[in-house]
Design a protein around this ligand. Structure first.
Ligand SMILES: [Zn+2]
Length: 497
């Protein structure tokens, strides 16, 4: 009987937002110890769902040992206190469950902690100190992970998502679990070749359906057919985390060190050559709305307010696009979800069918647009709990801590009690709204929503309204990234450029 621990340590942190991430944000998403982890994730298309399914379905004798799961929605820097609590619970849960034969760890890879240079590296270091160097660890990582050299020395077995929208979290969970089992039952010895490139890429044009990241992922998959190469991950990095490891990178996992090194070099050259394709210019909210209003489509047009996308750490309450829509008296349109617990409370006090005066949004980051005073009709109120139906985080329970459907003039607006991207149509359907019946959907999203929405819509117009997650990285004041880095500086990766 082999005892395999499973754990989840997950946050994408934005260094330039005034928001901070505390224990409460983890508790709101998932802060689970022991058996609760299995109950929460079994049957979900997540990394941990993949770990559980693979280990349960294995013909080998395996005992799954659930440890700690700490996951919060992307937001500001994690406080030192919060990290220390997670660290204590993680290491404590491992110590309580020794001996372990292997460990599966789902990481995001872009956490920033106040005063700590690299939290994932630190967590791996702590885990190594606790379990020693001989027990295999395999991680899953987000495509937007920032990877440090040391992370690869603590374990070579890293499995990054190959899709954006991330709809292969489950598959990478399976791959990591498979690798651990290969170590334990076949005595396979994995190694890694890792290359970090001096480039910091905005994530908007990183979709894997089309564009430069598709080219890289296709090359990565092709390389996995080479003897001695098992898995290739391409990381776009997360440019809003200001850390020394923030950059694009890639990892080749396999058993033939020489071949893996050659593959990594070749892919790094290709990646560097594609860098300019990742830069795109976007219309303002006003220009984007004008384009959307000119369209005569059967299906809805999406206005994607990427700079305030909560899954890129936006506060979810900026008001520029909403202001433009109200000013233009846009109808047959839906705006959401706007993070505004105060307004939800007022709606709850008034009740469904009543009219209320509200100050919409603009409370967390007023520097990107002040609250908008409106008279709104309360249509529907809910507890904000639903289950995702689309391919992204499918079947996962989402708890928005209350929602309200209101109408201002003719515009339908959904208020939410916790910042969350509108990545799944259930955010609207659970309130009785059918988003396909609208002409314009103004959503606080970037790319993940396309997994579920693409079949329902005609077109996406990305707009760059003011917000922390702007596509224009030159506006951010970096202090910790390693310079020179492209496109902020004239960085060089290949000789003779
Ligand atoms: Zn990501």
């Amino acid at each position: 009987m082999k005892r395999i621990g499973i754990a989840f340590f997950y946050h994408e942190s934005h260094s330039f937002t005034p928001m901070i991430t505390e224990l409460e944000q983890f508790e709101n998403e998932a802060y689970l110890l022991g058996k609760d982890i299995i109950d929460h994730y079994r049957g979900t298309k997540t990394e941990v769902g993949g770990f559980i399914d693979y280990l349960t379905g294995s013909k080998e004798e395996i005992e799954i040992v659930p440890l700690l799961c700490a996951s919060a929605v992307p937001s500001g820097v994690v406080t030192k206190e919060t990290f220390e609590k997670i660290e204590k619970d993680m290491i404590g849960s491992i110590q309580d469950n020794l001996p372990l034969d292997g460990l599966l760890l789902a990481l995001h890879g872009a956490m920033v902690v106040d005063g700590l240079p690299d939290p994932e590296e630190k967590m791996l270091e702590n885990i190594r100190e606790t379990i020693g160097n001989n027990i295999p660890i395999a991680t899953t990582l987000d495509l937007h992970a920032n990877i440090s050299e040391k992370m690869v020395t603590y374990t070579p077995m890293h499995f990054g998502f190959k899709t954006y929208p991330h709809i292969d979290m489950y598959e990478q969970g399976l791959a990591a679990a498979n690798a651990i089992c290969n170590c334990l039952f076949e005595n396979k010895q994995y190694q890694a070749a890792f290359i970090r490139l001096p480039m910091l890429l905005p994530s908007l044009n990183m979709r894997t359906e089309t564009g430069p990241m598709k080219k890289m992922i296709d090359l990565a998959k092709e390389a996995e057919n080479i003897k001695g190469v098992d898995n290739v991950s391409i990381f776009g990095g997360f440019p809003y985390a200001d850390t020394a490891s923030s950059s694009a990178s890639l990892i080749v996992v396999g058993t033939d060190k020489k071949t893996m090194g050659e593959v990594a070099e070749k892919l790094a050259r290709e990646y560097w050559g594609l860098k300019k394709e990742f830069l795109v210019h976007l219309p303002s909210a006003k220009e984007g709305l004008k384009i959307a209003l000119s369209r005569r489509n059967k299906k809805p047009v999406v206005l994607a307010d990427i700079s305030d996308n909560p899954l890129s750490c936006g506060s979810g309450d900026t008001t520029e696009l909403l202001r433009m829509m109200l000013r233009n008296k846009v109808d047959q349109a839906l705006f959401g979800g706007l993070y505004d617990p105060e307004s939800i409370k007022r709606c709850q006090e008034a009740g469904e069918g009543k009219t209320v005066e509200l100050e919409l949004g603009g409370k967390v980051t007023p520097e990107f647009g002040l609250p908008i005073r409106v008279e709104a009709k309360v249509i529907t109120l809910s507890d904000g709990v639903f289950y995702n139906s689309g391919p992204f985080n499918q079947h996962l329970k989402v708890d928005l801590k209350a929602t309200a459907h209101i109408v201002v003039d003719k515009l339908d607006i959904v208020l939410i009690g916790r910042p969350m991207s509108a990545n799944d149509p259930e955010m609207f359907r659970h309130l009785g709204i059918d988003p396909t019946k609208k002409k314009i959907l103004a959503l606080k999203v970037k790319n993940h929503f396309r997994a579920a929405f693409d079949p329902l819509i005609e077109e996406v117009i990305y707009v760059d309204a003011p917000g922390v997650s702007t596509n224009n990285l030159t506006t951010l004041e970096y202090k910790n990234i390693i310079r020179p880095i492209w496109p902020l500086d004239n960085a060089i990766y290949l000789e003779g450029e």
